[in-house]
Design a protein around this ligand. Structure first.
Ligand SMILES: O=C(O)[C@@H](CO)OP(=O)(O)O
Length: 229
């Protein structure tokens, strides 16, 4: 049996301010920092250790990972940062307040943008300063890989190839894996691991900073999953 740990970053400044975040590189809030410390303590209590870590290129996930690895005295393990594990790109909604957006466009539309796997939020333009093509960290992405907006299906389409090409080989070698990522990149992975329908995944909400264990069989099919306390 193989075990992997997934963790959504601790609360970010934009989570606290109730803003659409996506690829905006906001920091952890003080509460988010404490959540990461608590996650580390929980993992320590249950004697978890890791051989390899995967995270996004966004500091809220990277810092959450580092806080955990530091407290486990595991900062030395190999760590892979990839845009494939970034939060879903929220397009022109990035930075807007969720409640104000719901007042403007209606709760139903905002719920669709947030949770309907096929509903794409409004796109931003390439001239927009939030366009990832203007950000050095994405300089090696092809124009097709640089999003203007993403629905969950688009996020799945970039998370799963990375899972298959980079994370599965590590798990198959019996390496103990931790993945520190985001609400929607983890939702993409969970949809795949739990084989959820579009409707079922709509109800999946992942709390910030709580380690989520997936037990997998030798074919990497899910046996069970549970949050650590
Ligand atoms: O704003 C975001 O990027 C995400 C996660 O915080 O929000 P939501 O839960 O609405 O998809």
């Amino acid at each position: 049996m193989k075990k992997i740990v997934l963790i959504r970053h601790g609360q970010s400044i934009y989570n606290l301010e109730n803003r659409f975040t996506g690829w905006t590189d906001v920091d952890l809030s003080e509460n988010g920092y404490q959540e990461a410390k608590k996650a580390a303590a929980i993992l320590k209590k249950h004697d978890y250790n890791f051989d390899i870590a995967f995270t996004s290129v966004l500091k809220r996930a990277i810092k959450t990972l580092h806080i955990i690895l530091e407290d486990l005295d595991h900062l030395w393990i190999p760590e892979h940062k990839t845009w494939h594990l970034n939060e879903r790109f929220y397009g022109a909604l990035q930075g807007l307040n969720k409640e104000e957006t719901a007042k403007k466009y209606g709760d139903e539309q905002v719920h669709k943008w947030r949770r309907d796997p096929d509903e794409e939020p409004p796109q931003l333009t390439k001239e927009d300063e939030r366009y990832p093509g203007n950000d050095l960290r994405y300089q090696n992405l092809t124009p097709e890989q640089l999003p203007l907006s993403e629905n969950l299906a688009d996020t799945i389409a970039r998370v799963l190839p990375y899972w298959n090409e980079s994370i599965v080989p590590a798990i198959s070698k019996n390496e103990k894996v931790i993945i520190a990522a985001h609400g929607n990149s983890l939702r993409a992975l969970i949809k795949y691991l739990d084989q959820l329908s579009n409707e079922e995944v709509t109800a999946v909400e992942i709390p910030t900073g709580i380690p989520l264990v997936y037990e997998l069989d030798d074919d990497l099919k899910k046996i069970r999953h549970y949050y650590l306390e």
